[in-house]
Design a protein around this ligand. Structure first.
Ligand SMILES: [Zn+2]
Ligand SMILES: [Zn+2]
Length: 121
C-alpha cells in the first residue's frame, strides 16, 4: 500500500490574524487538503518549521476537510508576493490583504504556481 506524500502548509486566517496548519496530500499535480488544525502561538518558529518548501499544483479539498478552525472557510487565497496561504473570506470583495507580508491586491484565481509549506512532522 502506497501512502501519498503529505505536507503541512501554514494558512493565515484574516479573522484575528491567526495561523493554522493545513495538511495536504499529493495526488498527480494536485494537493488535496485533508485536515486543518489551530496553532496556538503565532511566532517565527512555526513559520520556519512549515515554510521550507513550495507546493506546486492545483488545490482541491477532501470531502472531510473541516475548513478553517477559526472562520470555517474552505477557500484559500495564495499571495502572489510571498506565496503565503490565506483564508478566503472575501467572496464579495475583489481585494485581499495578505496576513503574512501585508501586501494587498486584487483577488485572482490560483493558477498552481505554488505556495509555502513544509514537511509533515
Ligand atoms: Zn479563517
Ligand atoms: Zn504575502
Amino acid at each position: 500500500m502506497v501512502f501519498p506524500e503529505a505536507k503541512i502548509a501554514l494558512c493565515m486566517c484574516s479573522e484575528g490574524k491567526r495561523p493554522f496548519g493545513v495538511r495536504f496530500e499529493e495526488y498527480e499535480n494536485e494537493w488535496k487538503a485533508t485536515w486543518a488544525f489551530a496553532i496556538k502561538k503565532k511566532g517565527s518558529a512555526e513559520r520556519e518549521k512549515y515554510d521550507k518548501t513550495t507546493l506546486k499544483g492545483k488545490i482541491r479539498w477532501d470531502d472531510d476537510y473541516p475548513g478553517c478552525p477559526y472562520c470555517g472557510s474552505r477557500g484559500f487565497v495564495i499571495c502572489c508576493d510571498c506565496g503565503g496561504l490565506n483564508c478566503n473570506l472575501h467572496s464579495n470583495d475583489e481585494t485581499f490583504t495578505c496576513g503574512w507580508c501585508g501586501a494587498s491586491g486584487e483577488l485572482s484565481d490560483y493558477e498552481g504556481g505554488g505556495f509555502n509549506a513544509g514537511g509533515d512532522r
